[in-house]
Design a protein around this ligand. Sequence first.
Ligand SMILES: CC(C)(COP(=O)(O)OP(=O)(O)OC[C@H]1O[C@@H](n2cnc3c(N)ncnc32)[C@H](O)[C@@H]1OP(=O)(O)O)[C@@H](O)C(=O)NCCC(=O)NCCS
Length: 141
Amino acid sequence: MTTTSSQPNEPAGELLLRTMPMPADTSFNGDIFGGWIMSQMDIAGSILAKEVTRTRTATVAVESMQFIKPVKVGDVVCCYGRVLRIGTTSVTIMLEVWVRPILHSSADRFTTFKVTEAAFTYVSLDEQGNKQPITSTSRHP
Ligand SMILES: CC(C)(COP(=O)(O)OP(=O)(O)OC[C@H]1O[C@@H](n2cnc3c(N)ncnc32)[C@H](O)[C@@H]1OP(=O)(O)O)[C@@H](O)C(=O)NCCC(=O)NCCS
């Protein structure tokens, strides 16, 4: 999935995770490593997936991602998510990452912008780690 160039003003979905990258999360050029952002998205998506399935889950697929803007140390990173699809054993979550650069904004106004988005798919697992049908769904698309 590719992102559109026109930025919506508001994130879609509910706030699942809010965090702040540290210097250890930077790549060689000083910006935050893309893998760190993907990791936060995976954690955020797994929270919503577990709320849907009420079981253990495993990430089975991530659709293609595009990083729109760099993330800096000290930025507030917010992961928003919404259920796109509930299948037989899987749930697909659309995740958006928005950043509030509190150290780089003017004193009277915080800007917020989207840095990436992707659909993450999780599979419901039983105690032995085998896929199982989703039977208990507390949330629906
Ligand atoms: C998750 C796992 C148990 C699924 O087993 P499987 O026999 O391959 O399962 P299936 O091919 O039947 O797929 C299971 C579900 O995932 C979905 N799925 C599988 N591959 C997918 C893909 N590339 N994109 C989207 N959905 C996918 C299937 O559509 C199916 O959903 P449904 O039951 O709702 O229709 C197995 O692939 C696994 O253990 N993977 C490793 C997971 C893991 O360790 N993740 C952490 C990161 S390493």
